[in-house]
Design a protein. Structure first.
Length: 221
């Protein structure tokens, strides 16, 4: 006898990713785990999709190319579609290497590093946590073992500007600080990262090398 019970509707996930290959890979993976996935490349399309597709959760890459960032989109969706669960997916170890602050991300937004996803189950478990109002369990940007966890917000920003190739004078202007202050911050970065300032290694280049190895080349603001 046929059952009168209806199968539950698939959970609807909005994937915002501007890299076609990454988007296709994640979409295929999540579809195979029972999600109904709609993929869009940018913030404007995501805003429209949030109305038309009505997702349960949005998985958003932090870096979306020119225009609004993934964090900008998350803030906008938290206002226009507060029922949608939000998760930022990124290569960055935390918000700071993406040039963001805590105020740039809405409360209740999860944050997952791409290098922490070793298999599909981890990504699905993270999404399930967001759907279950447990986004605070998916905050890899607050992991004390993450790269550069030992650096202050100002130190990370200085390191990011160094990776942009800026001089000390330019960094001082950008951060509205004195040149001697910037020099002290740079010296403190070398100490925190245990980078020797004498010998065969250029400490500035070594600090930038470590930044790029972890977070990639930073984007100009």
């Amino acid at each position: 006898m046929a059952s009168d019970q209806q199968s539950p509707s698939p959970r609807r996930l909005l994937l915002v990713e501007d890299d076609d290959l990454t988007a296709a890979t994640i979409s295929e993976l999540l579809t195979s785990h029972g999600f109904l996935v709609e993929t869009v490349p940018g913030a404007a399309e995501a805003q429209r999709s949030a109305q038309d597709f009505d997702p349960d959760v949005a998985l958003i890459d932090v870096s979306l190319g020119p225009g609004p960032t993934g964090a900008d989109l998350a803030l906008a969706l938290s206002r226009s579609a507060p029922h949608v669960g939000l998760m930022l997916l990124t290569r960055h170890p935390d918000l700071r290497t993406a040039g963001l602050t805590r105020d740039d991300v809405p409360p209740g937004c999860a944050f997952l590093r791409k290098d922490q996803i070793s298999d599909a189950r981890e990504l699905v478990a993270a999404i399930e946590a967001v759907l279950g109002d447990r986004a605070d369990e998916v905050r890899s940007d607050q992991d004390p073992t993450r790269p550069f966890a030992e650096l202050t917000d100002k130190q990370v920003n200085v390191l990011r500007l160094l990776a942009l190739g800026m001089t000390n004078d330019a960094i001082a202007r950008d951060m509205d600080a004195g040149l001697s202050t910037i020099e002290r911050w740079i010296a403190s970065i070398f100490r925190a990262l245990d980078i020797p300032t004498s010998g065969d290694i250029n400490p500035r280049i070594e600090a930038v090398r470590r930044y790029v190895a972890v977070a990639g080349l930073p984007e100009n603001d």
